[in-house]
Design a protein around this ligand. Structure first.
Ligand SMILES: NC(=O)C1=CN([C@@H]2O[C@H](COP(=O)(O)OP(=O)(O)OC[C@H]3O[C@@H](n4cnc5c(N)ncnc54)[C@H](OP(=O)(O)O)[C@@H]3O)[C@@H](O)[C@H]2O)[C@@H](O)CC1
Ligand SMILES: [K+]
Length: 498
């Protein structure tokens, strides 16, 4: 599923009208009816419903929704919250159809307390005030109405985008309608994945309104989910041997942090890697080896490691930040001629060798969380969280690297700017060790897949989906451990292949 900016959505609209002659008015009818159908999951004929209708096409959708619900005999009060003169074009046409159908329309005015009283007595409030056309902070009377709606103990449903939420990234502060559910039209907008905007959407779903998929412009961003994994996960060949599934090297771990690299290596094996070697401090080997009996070990040396003969290398997990570790990361960037994944302490140490990153011709994968990415880029973490799509694309393009920007919505970016978003997982993953497990799964996928983007996207979903399955099967989001996720991978692979 594509993820779009407001501009890209308008472009899709324009192409649809031009290429196949589906008019705006017809699209609005489709949109309103599809949204109504979706919202019927949350409302019943016993509910008192208030629908708030704004000036633009989002308000136009509102007229269609109100008419459809009234035709179905739902108990609906429709409120136009802007002056008549503001309603133009397709929205005006649908207002006329609404009125011609004999339905009553209430008008909001500043002095009116009626809306407040209606909201007080209602069970459900549908927000069709403002969609992707939102521009700047909410102006009156919308700001006041949104405040009123958010104050009520009422089920709040939003059409396309909750009023006040910018469709795109880059906006720091806004007030908005706090929806429990949002029905998004055609494609989720960027803000549905931003930490500070996402809560306003509540749970969201997407409805199709008849845009001609074959004719639409290509989109460089898409959502990646379990169905995509099923479609693209390589099958294990019956005639394969351990070499077929790759030999990975994990460089990391130290006397006081032996667990990280051990978990990465074990996660790689549990997700299908053929062979795994670990380069770590000599003193750490006795504590790591019982946990990953299948691995072989090499001593991590200040003067450099032998890196040939591996299909992929990961560095950084539990490595520490001792002065010589920076040299280790630099040497790997210079000498690893296959995929190199840099995580955790490796990312911290990378900051001093970004020129090496730019010089690499083999693929490099960086797996930062927003704080690590902020450190790498010189931005602040809030800046990263406000515009993660644009900053990760800029960095990926500038340094020719793959970026896996981790979070509740993980954004995976290729050096050519292609982006994929993985929303799988739960709060149980917000724990030490989760990143190490993810790195192991990613290395394993990289070694077994043809394309790097599929490998990274599938790896992220496998990690998150495993946490979901574990919580479904009895774990809680509180007790879940990173090591549970490793052992849970067997259930995930079984589920995916059934
Ligand atoms: N394929 C599609 O995409 C389809 C899209 N469709 C729907 O169209 C929606 C987009 O419609 P849109 O472009 O008319 O914008 P929309 O969000 O209704 O707002 C415009 C109005 O808001 C006002 N306004 C702006 N900022 C404001 C603020 N801060 N505070 C207060 N007011 C503010 C602005 O007022 P003005 O600046 O003129 O005073 C203007 O009148 C989209 O989300 C979807 O629901 C479907 O119908 C069919 C197919
Ligand atoms: K809305």
């Amino acid at each position: 599923m594509d993820i779009v900016t407001a501009q890209e959505m308008y472009e899709r609209d324009r192409v649809t009208v031009e290429a196949v002659g589906l008019e705006g008015k017809m699209l609005m009818e489709n949109a309103g009816r599809a949204v109504t159908q979706d919202m019927l999951r949350h409302i019943s004929p016993q509910h008192k419903i208030v629908i708030l209708i704004g000036a633009g096409n989002n308000g136009g959708d509102g007229f269609v929704i109100a008419r459809t619900l009234m035709n179905l005999n739902y108990d609906v009060e429709a409120w136009q919250v802007v002056p008549d003169g503001k309603i133009t074009g397709d929205a005006k046409a649908h207002k006329e159809i609404f009125l011609a159908s004999g339905h009553p329309l209430k008008m909001y005015s500043h002095s009116s307390e009626d809306l407040e009283s209606s909201l007080c007595h209602a069970d459900v409030c549908i927000d069709a005030m403002l969609g992707i056309g939102a521009d700047g902070r909410l102006r009156e009377p919308l700001a006041e109405i949104v405040y009123l709606c958010n104050e009520q103990a009422i089920l709040r449903l939003a059409v396309d985008v909750p009023t006040g939420v910018p469709a795109d990234e880059g906006v720091e502060k806004f007030d908005a309608f706090h929806a429990h559910f949002t029905t998004i039209i055609e494609a989720p907008k960027l803000s549905a994945f931003l930490q500070h905007a996402k809560p306003f959407y509540g749970e969201w779903s997407v409805v199709e309104i008849g845009l001609p998929k074959q004719k639409l412009p290509n989109c460089s961003r898409r959502l990646w989910g379990v169905q995509d994994v099923k479609r693209t996960l390589p099958e294990r060949d019956a005639h394969s041997h351990k070499g077929t599934h790759g030999k990975g090297l994990f460089v990391g771990g130290s006397l006081f942090m032996p667990g990280s690299v051990a978990m990465s290596a074990r996660a790689a094996l549990r997700s299908g890697a053929g062979l795994v070697a670990i380069a770590t401090d000599e003193q750490a080997i006795p504590s790591v080896s019982p946990y990953v009996q299948e691995a072989t070990f090499v001593e991590l040396k200040e003067e450099g490691q032998a890196v040939s003969g591996y299909d992929a290398v990961a560095v950084g997990m539990g490595l520490g930040r001792r002065p010589y570790c920076g040299k280790v990361v630099k040497q790997l960037m210079q000498e690893v001629d296959g995929p190199l994944l840099i995580d955790a302490d490796g990312l911290h140490l990378l900051k001093g060798s970004l020129d090496e990153l730019e010089r690499r011709s083999a693929p490099t994968v960086l797996t930062p969380h927003p704080g690590e990415f902020a450190h790498l880029t010189g931005l602040t973490a809030p800046e990263v969280l406000q515009s993660p799509f644009v900053y990760s694309r800029e960095f990926a393009e500038r340094y020719g690297a793959y970026i896996v920007l981790k979070g509740p919505s993980t954004i995976i970016t290729a050096p050519d700017g292609e982006q994929r978003v993985d929303r799988s997982g739960n709060a149980g993953l917000a724990k030490g060790g989760s990143g190490d497990v993810l790195s192991g799964i990613l290395i394993s996928m990289i070694m077994q897949s043809n394309g790097l983007m599929d490998a990274l996207s599938n790896g992220c979903v496998l990690h998150g989906y495993t946490a979901e399955l574990l919580v479904e099967a009895g774990h809680s989001k509180v007790d879940l451990l990173a090591s549970d996720v490793i052992e849970g991978l067997s259930r995930t692979f079984r589920t995916l292949s059934s």
